[in-house]
Design a binder for this molecule. Structure first.
Ligand code: SF4
Length: 341
């Protein structure tokens, strides 16, 4: 078994920009440890947008904060390894890590309202970020970079002296994106970046993300609970449930899902027919992370669970081009409780 945060012998800067290898993360709570991320392995290629989808509490944001090295007090990485641009993140000198964060990898946080300081203007935010990593930058260069960034995210330069409360929700989110792009990081994490925005603004920001990503060949991990949104943006989608990745797919049609949880998420996307909207959710609730079910964590909600599901964690299997963690695809004579074909 891999030792906690084992260091690997070589750094390979030419490998995939982001590699997560069997990463597990727990929170200490007054009722005991809660496992929020469980044995997650993912690879993000250069120029790829990987969507990460799951219900609230599935561990998506915790995973992003783990990759950024920004876990709150009381959380710890129990095992696994994270490599960004070949660097073993959890074995970097703290000073090097501080510099690497934002230059090698940066993040667009969930709520632009909370991410921006209400007493700082747009330009103050950008200058502060620039100077925190490059204290000797001249005023002229900082200003030039700020103008480039505002242009990149399509904010009028006259808005540079605006405070957050003077901006619309969409503009605030663009400012947050500009801050994340200050050093042109090769890897960007986006955690529900458009959740609070209306559909039109959402679409315009996502188009912009797509343009920036294609132009700069960035690797983006795009986190959302909205499957339809992710399908429209990502090259591949990883589906997370109870801290585990349960399916990874590059075929994003409804019929391409293989894991029962992914099928449930697909069914929850509204279908418009001539005179009605059809939508059906997944019955039951996500599990309590303090008391995760044995075996497959989805078994209490799974319509096709069978005996083995209650005792053994399913391994990841190749199924018609997808990676799927489900015993249905490695059954050996067991019968489904629900008449699975
Ligand atoms: Fe359902 Fe079993 Fe597959 Fe889990 S392993 S999703 S319980 S069939």
């Amino acid at each position: 078994m891999r030792t906690p945060l084992a260091s690997s012998p070589t750094d390979n800067p030419d490998g995939p920009p982001l590699i997560l290898d069997q990463v597990s993360v727990s929170f200490n709570t007054s009722k005991g440890p809660a496992r929020a991320v469980n044995d997650v392995s993912l690879t993000l290629a250069q120029g790829e947008i990987l969507g990460l989808v799951g219900e609230s509490g599935s561990g998506k944001s915790t995973l992003a904060f783990t990759v950024m090295g920004l876990l709150p007090d009381g959380a710890r990485v129990d095992s696994g390894q994270i490599r960004v641009m070949g660097k073993d993140l959890y074995h970097l000198d703290p000073e090097v890590l501080r510099d690497f964060r934002w230059k090698g990898i940066s993040m667009v946080f969930q709520s632009a309202m909370n991410a921006l300081n209400p007493v700082l203007t747009v330009q103050d935010h950008i200058f502060d970020t620039l100077r925190s990593h490059d204290p000797n930058i001249t005023d002229e260069k900082a200003r030039q970079r700020m103008l480039e960034l505002l242009d990149l995210v399509k904010i009028d330069a006259r808005r540079a002296r605006s405070f957050p409360h003077e901006l619309s929700g969409g503009m605030k989110q663009r400012v947050v994106l500009a801050i994340a792009m200050v050093f042109n990081p090769p890897v960007l994490l986006m955690d529900e970046p458009t959740t609070a925005l209306d559909v039109v603004v959402q679409r315009s920001i996502l188009n912009q993300v797509r343009e920036i990503q294609a132009e700069r060949k960035m690797a983006i991990l795009f986190i959302s609970h909205d499957f339809s949104l992710v399908r429209s943006l990502a090259h591949r989608v990883a589906i997370m449930y109870a801290g585990r990745i349960v399916e990874i797919t590059a075929s994003l049609g409804k019929s391409d899902a293989h894991h029962p949880y992914t099928e449930g998420l697909m069914r929850a996307i509204p279908e418009l027919s001539e005179d009605e909207v059809t939508i059906s959710g997944i019955p039951g609730n996500p599990p309590d992370l303090l008391h995760l079910p044995t075996g497959c964590p989805f078994h209490p909600r799974c319509p096709v669970a069978f005996d083995r599901c209650r005792t053994e964690v399913p391994p990841m299997l190749q199924v018609q081009g997808n990676l799927v963690a489900c015993h249905q695809y490695s059954r050996s004579g067991e019968e489904s409780d629900h008449g699975l074909e």
